[in-house]
Ligand binder design. Structure first.
Ligand SMILES: [Zn+2]
Length: 272
């Protein structure tokens, strides 16, 4: 018996423009708790299964038993490279996805490699634990493509997502760097918390991919170029609680603007 391994994406109706999602070119740096779940969400929405589509996932590590539960991986994946295991899961959802796994650690000093990657994609998702790499990517790639970044804080009480679009928003470093110190210690987010943040991140990604199309209306509330940081409070006493603008409780995300300061050398926004 031949099984049709492709989902019926018409079930998504006009929530997405299938020409946009299927032919989207997306790169995800980091296949950990957030990255792996975001990939699953994007593929489930039909991303990168068209002839021009591409889904590149970059991660240097194998799946360990500590990963299972919070990530998209299962016990069968333990010991395999994350990108290889994720490729299998992706193709179990949709065999047509043009998935390209790269088992390598990106070097924050290799600006040429970062630029090359950014030039090839419509959306670059920075979902790795390495804040130096995220910061370097933001500098190199801001002018080249749309960026979505984020991380879950230690204890999973909070998460932050940001996006940037060339010349339309402040860059990720403007909005994210002040938070990086707070979120630098990170581990052990509960699976359900991570999946909530990943679903939100995927919605933002879909919104960014649909900017300027009729399907944008479903995501327009997420795409405000003047407010390109989302703080997600998963606990009332989260690490952002002392911040005036982060009175967010489950499951609400609040958006804030870039911090005021001198004009940024990357985005030259002067911060909105
Ligand atoms: Zn900036």
């Amino acid at each position: 018996m031949t099984r049709n391994l492709r989902p019926d994406l018409t079930a998504l109706g006009d929530l997405v423009d299938s020409a946009v999602t299927e032919n989207a070119r997306v790169a995800v740096v980091g296949a950990g708790a957030l990255g792996s779940n975001v990939v699953v969400e994007l593929v489930s929405a039909g991303v990168a299964c068209g002839s021009a589509g591409k889904l590149v996932v970059i991660d240097p590590e194998p799946v360990s038993d500590r990963n299972v539960g919070r990530t998209a991986f299962t016990v069968d994946d333990i010991g395999d490279d994350k990108v290889a295991a994720l490729g299998r899961h992706v193709h179990q959802i949709n065999s047509a996805v043009r998935f390209h796994g790269v088992c390598a650690r990106m070097d924050a000093g290799d600006r040429a490699a970062m630029a090359q990657l950014a030039d090839k994609v419509d959306l670059l998702a920075l979902l790795c634990d390495d804040f130096d790499l995220q910061a370097a990517f933001n500098e190199v790639a801001y002018q080249r493509t749309v960026i979505l970044g984020g991380g879950v804080a230690r204890g999973a009480d909070s998460a932050a997502l940001f996006f940037s679009a060339p010349r339309q928003t402040a860059c990720g470093n403007c909005v994210f760097r002040p938070l990086a110190r707070r979120t630098a210690e990170r581990a052990n987010a509960l699976g359900c918390d991570v999946r909530f943040v990943a679903a939100l991140a995927a919605c933002v990604a879909l919104g960014l991919l649909h900017a300027g199309t009729p399907a944008e209306r479903f995501y327009r509330h997420l795409i405000d170029p003047r407010r390109n940081l989302l703080l997600v409070g998963l606990r009332r006493e989260g690490i952002f609680a002392e911040m005036e603008y982060a009175r967010c409780v489950v499951p609400v995300a609040s958006r804030v603007s870039g911090v005021a300061g001198p004009v940024c050398s990357v985005c030259r926004m002067g911060f909105v």
